[in-house]
Ligand binder design. Structure first.
Ligand SMILES: O=C(CO)[C@@H](O)[C@H](O)COP(=O)(O)O
Ligand SMILES: [Fe+2]
Length: 216
C-alpha cells in the first residue's frame, strides 16, 4: 500500500494545526515538513520550533526534509523537537556516513535525498544504513513545480538495488506529484509519495488523497 505524505509547505500557515489535523483525518500516512535555509535552496521556511509545534497536534510520523547546508548542526534540535524521520541532502553534507549515524544516535530514522541531477551512485555505499531514500522529482526550494520525468530511472535503480540486496529503505518521491504523475512513480518502485499543492490547494483533502491513491 502506497503511503501519502502531505507537504505542509502548501498549507495555510495561519492555521497550521488545523491543516495538519485535516490531512490526518483525510488519510495521510506521514506529515512532510520542508526545512529550507536560504543557502542550500533559494528559500527560507521552517525550523525546529515549527516541528515542535506540529508534534502534539498529530500522531502521524513527522517526515522532516532538511534542505540545509551542513545539516549536522541541526540534527539534535530537530530530533528533540519530535522528528521521526530526518532526511539530509547528499549534496549538502561532507561526511554522509557520519551524518546518518548522528541521526540514528537520537533514535530517529535516517533518510538521504538526491537532487534531480544527482546519480544513485552518490549514495550507493550507505544504502544498507538507510531507512529512506528520497528522490527529488523537482529542483528543491518551492512547492507547485512540474514533475521531472527524467528522474524515474533513478527510482527504478533504487528499487532494483533494494530487491537484489535485501535492503529495507523506503523509496519516497517529492515534487510535482499529483493524480497524473503518481502512477509512474509507484510503477518505478516508490512507496511514499510527497504531495503539497495537489493536496493542500484543494478544499476537500480527503478527496484529493483518494484521487492520488486511486491513480497510483
Ligand atoms: O521539498 C519540496 C520542495 O523543495 C517539496 O516537499 C514540496 O513542498 C512539494 O510540493 P509540490 O510539488 O507537491 O507542490
Ligand atoms: Fe520536501
Amino acid at each position: 500500500m502506497v503511503k501519502l505524505a502531505p507537504s505542509i509547505l502548501s498549507a495555510d500557515f495561519s492555521k497550521l494545526g488545523e491543516e495538519v489535523r485535516d490531512v490526518e483525518k483525510a488519510g495521510a500516512d506521514y506529515i512532510h515538513i520542508d526545512v529550507m535555509d536560504g543557502h542550500f535552496v533559494p528559500n527560507i521556511t521552517m525550523g525546529p520550533i515549527v516541528v515542535g509545534a506540529v508534534r502534539p497536534v498529530t500522531t502521524l510520523p513527522l517526515d522532516v526534509h532538511l534542505m540545509v547546508e551542513e545539516p549536522d548542526r541541526f540534527i539534535e534540535s530537530f530530533a528533540k523537537a519530535g522528528a521521526d524521520i530526518l532526511s539530509v541532502h547528499v549534496e549538502a553534507t561532507k561526511h554522509l556516513h557520519r551524518t546518518i549515524q548522528l541521526i540514528k544516535s537520537y533514535g530517529v530514522k535516517a533518510g538521504v535525498v538526491l537532487n534531480p541531477h544527482t546519480p544513485v551512485d552518490a549514495v550507493k555505499q550507505v544504502l544498507q544504513d538507510l531507512d529512506l531514500v528520497l528522490v527529488m522529482t523537482v529542483n528543491p526550494g518551492f512547492g507547485g513545480q512540474s514533475f521531472i520525468e527524467s528522474t524515474l530511472p533513478k527510482i527504478k535503480e533504487l528499487h532494483r538495488m533494494k530487491e537484489i540486496n535485501g535492503f529495507s529503505y523506503e523509496i519516497e518521491v517529492d515534487g510535482g506529484v499529483n493524480d497524473q504523475t503518481a502512477r509512474q512513480c509507484v510503477e518505478a518502485g516508490a512507496n511514499v509519495l510527497v504531495a503539497g499543492s495537489a493536496i493542500f490547494d484543494k478544499t476537500d483533502r480527503a478527496a484529493a488523497i483518494k484521487l492520488i491513491r486511486s491513480n497510483s
